[in-house]
Design a protein around this ligand. Structure first.
Ligand code: SD4
Length: 330
């Protein structure tokens, strides 16, 4: 009895001193306590995920943090002008302006996000700066831009010739009809589990092409385009953001995993919710695409989408950065 009371006092003293240390030290302590033998895994949306995963994999296999891995990974896609739906080279809105959305989330539920950000090539890094250097979690429009400049991000023109030409062609009819899988999709969402067993995720996009100026999709919204719970798993989304926001998509996937569902089953259920919600509003499903990808704390992964055409890239010790076609509902 005496021994256990002494132990209790000892534990209380340790806990009190842990609580007293500042946030970064506390972070360090948790990291040191984590197990270092987990097999890493990284997943990301669409075919450009392969290149992005390869970059993230370097950090993961160097025992780096999942957070650093996902940031480095999606930056590859953001910087590539040939990828015309993310970052530099992204298709513009109907006013010819490239406006970017991005968010990031780590294993401590730290979050950062930017929306409708113009003229900055790496919105994901601005989102990370919002997370680490401000008292807020989301900055939008001019405020996000001013903050980026204050942090030393260069101002750059993101509208490449090809995107400008497409926009001019689009203006002739000015019809806003996003199509499934083609031209105006392709957000990169990336989720990773590192060797310490910690999860993080990042999501970045230029959003739906020819959207109204000021339109924000699901990608920068924590819970919709991305969600991470270090006890359970992580999920991210791509496709028609309005539909993903409506069901808080990525959060829904994580909560379903918390209830014991395998990542694939959790993604499927979330897509089914979108189907039901669209049916309720008589919204035709044929032109919609939604895809979710997810991993759980054990490193199991899965995905599901509304209709065929969505693929995702997986890199783990067993799966050598392969592109996998997600199962679909329609
Ligand atoms: C959006 N979800 O802005 C994004 C677009 C997208 O694959 O994911 N495209 O709605």
């Amino acid at each position: 009895m005496k021994t256990s009371r002494r132990n209790f006092l000892k534990i209380s003293a340790i806990t009190t001193s842990l609580l007293a240390v500042n946030k970064s030290k506390a972070t360090q302590i948790v990291l040191n306590h984590s197990n270092t033998s987990t097999q890493p895994i990284v997943l990301s949306t669409w075919r450009f995920g392969v290149e992005a995963n390869a970059e993230a994999w370097k950090t993961l296999t160097n025992k780096g943090r999942a957070l650093d891995a996902v940031e480095a990974g999606v930056k590859v896609t953001e910087a590539n002008p040939k990828e015309r739906s993310v970052g530099y080279g992204g298709r513009p809105d109907r006013d010819g302006r490239v406006t970017l959305d991005a968010c990031i989330m780590d294993e401590f539920s730290n979050i950062g996000s930017v929306a409708c950000l113009e003229n900055i090539k790496h919105p994901i890094s601005v989102a990370r700066a919002v997370m680490e250097k401000t008292p807020h979690v989301m900055l939008v429009g001019d405020g996000a831009f001013d903050f980026a400049i204050s942090q030393g991000f260069p101002k750059e023109n993101l509208l490449v010739k090809e995107s400008e030409e497409e926009w001019k062609a689009w203006l002739k009819k000015s019809e806003y009809k996003p199509k499934a899988n083609i031209e105006n999709h392709d957000t990169i969402g990336m989720i990773a589990l590192d060797m310490r067993g910690n999860l993080s995720g990042a999501c970045t996009t230029s959003g739906l092409a020819f959207k109204m100026h000021g339109r924000v999709g699901d990608s920068p919204i924590i819970g919709a385009g991305l969600f991470v719970d270090n006890e359970v798993g992580a999920a991210t989304a791509t496709g028609h953001g309005e539909e993903v926001i409506r069901i808080a998509g990525s959060h829904t996937v994580v909560e379903l995993m918390r209830q014991g569902l395998h990542p694939e089953e959790a993604c499927k259920k979330a897509v089914e919710r979108i189907v039901n919600s669209a049916k309720m509003r008589n919204k035709p499903l044929s032109d919609l695409q939604i895809g979710f990808i997810a991993i759980n704390k054990k490193g199991e992964h899965g995905a599901y989408c509304l209709q065929s055409g969505f693929n995702y890239a997986v890199y783990s010790p067993e799966i050598n950065n392969q592109l996998i076609d997600a199962k679909h509902i329609l």
